[in-house]
Design a protein around this ligand. Sequence first.
Ligand code: SAM
Ligand code: SF4
Length: 346
Amino acid sequence: MNTADILAWLTETDEKRLAPLWAEADRVRRANVGEAVHLRGLIEISNHCVRRCAYCGLRVERAELARYRMTADEVLGSARDAFQFGYGTVVLQAGEDPGWRAEEMADVVRRIKGETPLAVTLSLGERSPDEWKLWRAAGADRYLLRFETSNRALYDLIHPAGPGGQLSDRLAMLRELRALGYEIGSGVMIGIPGQTYRDLARDLETFRALDLDMIGVGPFIPHPDTPLGKTAAVAGPEQPPADELMTFKMIALTRLLCPRANIPSTTALATLNLEQGRELGLQRGANIVMPNVTPLKYRALYEIYPGKACIREDGAQCSFCLRGRLAAIGRPVGQGQGAARRPVEA
Ligand code: SAM
Ligand code: SF4
């Protein structure tokens, strides 16, 4: 598929004409990663963050947000819950939080790997290569770091330098993580003010070039207490909407361009459409869901954007709800860790 084909699909809005795209994405998903939906238990281990991302409700300048940091024992407890619920992976996610010292994190990873058969995915932002190395040696399997948009000027605008003034080059970081032996995951937000359809087409081509194991694409959801949430929506002909249909098109095209990748149907999608969003994502190319296993008392504080789905339910309720939803669309729950199937080298 070339750039013109990708752009034609991205700008198509007629549901009837989109039907063949959904069908092809579903077929390619089935042929390459099968029917199983793998469940990754998400533990939001801290909402402290030193960064000032213009889009995110956890940014350091949000003084009004009450901050929390889970203890190592709490993280272990949530990981045990995830195992009890039958999940194959836990994802430890946080703001960029130096309060989680590298050694403590390594210790938590070692304990989870020692006590359970779970795969451990980390999503802890732009930490140092030495820290990534330490965590990998402790047993961490995967690292998630979205590059957010392949439009470099837009990225620099919405993702300012870190507290030490360091500019971020997440594409280089992903290559570094891969070289350390991690399975790597990345992704983008859809409908960022100032983004164009061409940017989304380039995002998709970048996924293919990076040969990612996991790819998460979700709608940008404005948070009113962030600089980007206050930006009036740009409504020019080049601006893709941050809506469900646009997200389904990106999921489907991601599946066609990266047939063997693990692709989640995201919480942001469920936030836009609690009834059907996640299910439709799974029927249009996705094969992963990330149920929340964060202790209930912390969930509302991990407020990346307002109205987030699944913050009033506890882990057991999320597990029960999701299994019912998967059964309703005839998809079995995946067993084991659900590692990405790497293409066989020629
Ligand atoms: N701090 C780590 C990082 O930035 O990679 C991990 C946590 S961060 C909250 C996880 C992801 O949330 C980001 O990569 C971004 O794509 C997404 N996110 C943040 N703000 C968002 C928003 N307003 N709408 C949709 N997604 C958002
Ligand atoms: Fe921090 Fe990640 Fe939010 Fe940026 S996106 S402010 S690094 S939690």
